[in-house]
Write a protein that binds this ligand. Structure first.
Ligand SMILES: Cc1ncc(COP(=O)(O)O)c(C=O)c1O
Length: 427
């Protein structure tokens, strides 16, 4: 029987179709064909999804505030091709290490649109940022301030922001909550006053503004008010950067504020608390990239212990989030009829690694899977490739861009030879 393409729910990238008999089309490409051509596991990225989200952020700010800049938090998907898409779309870029700075420059970002972060930046990273001519450095602590003043040197000036911990914890997993009173990130309010006085007296540093980032996967926007009110007590400067954090719905029952609601709330808060003349910077990561990507795996084994365990050829080497903080995903068996939600087969999708925690989806509502089947897990664009590793000597997956029925590899699959490529001969 021919399948009727249906528009898939919000967990799938823009333009995806998923039929009742499990035919999955991503960026106009059949998922079975992609798995055959590029192998599995593989990250399949719908390029248009990335572009559309970047435009939505830019338009949402442009409609509400004259002076705003959207920075892609590159840690969410530190891949040159992804960064290049966002540079082309007119975003700026937040980097949190020398390596991310290298990627942003390789992707073609104008250094004047790159912003350096980090709670323990090395002197070499600060120097690299100064040499590149980045827009600003978001200073995290008093030690860094002293090093930076020394590196900038007499007769030169560097623009900075101060990262402040506003003492506010959003309702998210503790591992991705960053703005509470006892955090490793940023100045507490007392030290922030000391830092402001020090920078104001400096002949080398220009204080452009304040920054805070209270956490990630934020679904309730309310804590931004308390955070901004706390930071506003330090004074009003040219720029306020309220970090990123907008959450995304990882499963079809999930919901999250839209990009437009998030931008509106942040802009309204700035207008109310700091006034309309302030420059606003924002640093979305997850909400720009999560939905763009689907990871394809191949089933290697199916066993029935107390539960049904479907073993696939990837796992915590390509997606650490379920193991780090219990993140939930859902999955489909490509090419098998979608399960009846009233009578589902429930199975755990297990990774191949030597850890019991290596389970990609617990209690997945899944069609009966068999070895050789392709499993697709949506919503893997954020912090998937970013945290990929080679545990058990597993080569990292390729990144494949799809659109208009065409597919191209933008990061090749790692090889066994890559795994030994850093070995020093005769060591
Ligand atoms: C300073 C900073 N800005 C922005 C982000 C991006 O956050 P998200 O991916 O939740 O939007 C992070 C993430 O940890 C961050 O540390």
């Amino acid at each position: 029987m021919a399948s009727t393409p249906t528009t898939a729910t919000h967990v799938w990238p823009l333009g995806t179709t998923l039929s009742a008999d499990g035919v999955l089309v991503l960026g106009g490409c059949d998922a079975q064909d992609l798995a055959r051509e590029f192998g599995t596991p593989a990250y399949i990225v719908v390029e248009e999804d990335l572009r559309r989200r970047a435009r939505r952020f830019l338009e949402a700010f442009a409609q509400r505030h004259a002076d705003a800049e959207v920075h892609f938090a590159s840690k969410a998907f530190p891949c040159t091709a992804v960064l290049r898409v966002f540079a082309q779309e007119g975003l700026a870029c937040d980097v949190a290490s020398g390596g991310e700075l290298h990627l942003a420059l390789a992707a073609g970002f104008d250094p004047a649109r790159i912003h350096l972060h980090g709670n323990a930046k090395t002197e070499a990273e600060l120097q690299a940022a100064l040499d590149a001519g980045v827009a600003d450095i978001v200073v995290d602590n008093l030690d860094e301030l002293a090093v930076l003043e020394r590196l900038v040197g007499a007769g030169r000036r560097q623009r900075i922001l101060l990262r402040v911990a506003p003492g506010v914890s959003p309702d998210t997993h503790p591992h991705i909550s960053t703005g509470g009173p006892n955090t490793k990130f940023g100045f507490n309010l007392h030290d922030a006053r000391t830092a402001i006085a020090r920078v104001e007296a400096s002949d080398r540093l220009d204080l452009d503004g304040l920054h805070f980032h209270i956490g990630s996967q934020i679904l309730d926007l309310e804590p931004f008010r308390a955070a901004l009110e706390a930071v506003a007590r330090l004074g009003t400067f040219r720029t306020i950067n309220m970090g990123g954090g907008l959450g995304v719905p990882y499963t079809h029952e999930g919901s999250a504020p839209s990009i437009e609601d998030y931008v509106e709330r942040k802009v309204d808060l700035v207008h109310e608390i700091l006034g309309p003349g302030v420059r606003i910077a924002d640093e979305p990561g997850r909400s720009l990239v999560a939905t763009s990507t689907v990871t394809l795996y191949t089933v290697q084994s199916v066993k029935h212990n107390v539960s049904t365990w479907v073993g696939v050829d990837g796992g915590m080497s390509d997606n650490l989030r379920p193991m780090l903080y219990g993140a939930r995903y859902e999955a489909v068996v490509v090419g098998r009829p979608l399960p009846d939600p009233t009578d589902p087969t429930v199975a755990h999708i297990a990774g191949k690694h030597c850890e019991s925690s290596d389970v990609i989806v617990h209690d997945a509502l899944l069609a009966e899977a068999r070895p050789g089947d392709v499993i697709a897990v949506p919503m893997t664009g954020a912090y998937g490739h970013a945290m990929a590793n080679t545990y058990n000597g597993q080569p990292r997956p390729p990144v494949v861009f799809v659109g208009d029925g065409r597919a191209r590899v933008v990061v090749r699959r790692e090889t066994y030879a890559d795994l030994t490529s850093r070995d020093v001969a005769n060591a």
